[in-house]
Design a protein around this ligand. Sequence first.
Ligand SMILES: [Zn+2]
Length: 228
Amino acid sequence: MTNPKNKGSILVICSHSDDQVIGAGGAMAKYANEGFDIHTIILSFGESVKPYVRREIITKTRVKEAQRADKIIGGKGVTFLGLKEMHFEQDLKNRGLDKNFKKIIRELKPVKIFTHSSDDVHPDHRATFKIVLRMYKEMKLRADFYTFEVWHLLNIKKRNKPKLVVDTSATFKTKMKALKAFKSQIDLSTFYNYLVLNNFLFFLINIKDLFNGIKHNTKYAEVFYKVR
Ligand SMILES: [Zn+2]
């Protein structure tokens, strides 16, 4: 029997607790099956905390959800930096977390790094890209550096950049299952919103991965762009 272990580690760095699954969940599950160690670093504790719920409660829930999703996908763990949303770079500096962040990356020795795209519509996502690119340069990393899209349905601008197409037909279901781990918003006042927004989100992801699949002759696919 062949041991598929020790293929190296893959690092996914994102802004909020579910971005990695939306953007790269299918590929992460596939790489995990192939024997890569998948690690995720999440810069904040989640998308805009609701004012009427205590912050610690939300944080705990988000961490649990992300860990549950990570298990489903076959990841090796999730690290939260807990940076302030919309102020990532500033907060990183103020709290002197740059060193810690770099130490985590150095210890993981990733062969591939995935993060947000530089032209994602969400400012936190763009900030994350900038931070990762800066670290990549400062640390003189050699890993393949790819970006994924979260809030993009189609990407016309990047057609000329080198692409990595990952056939996620076999792991698409796992991705959707992992996404369902993120359901902290369920309460009476937002239950309707939860249903509508989440079903719409699932629909969008379905369409996006399906469309990418059709374009590349597979059932489902995730497409990444190579930065370095
Ligand atoms: Zn996000």
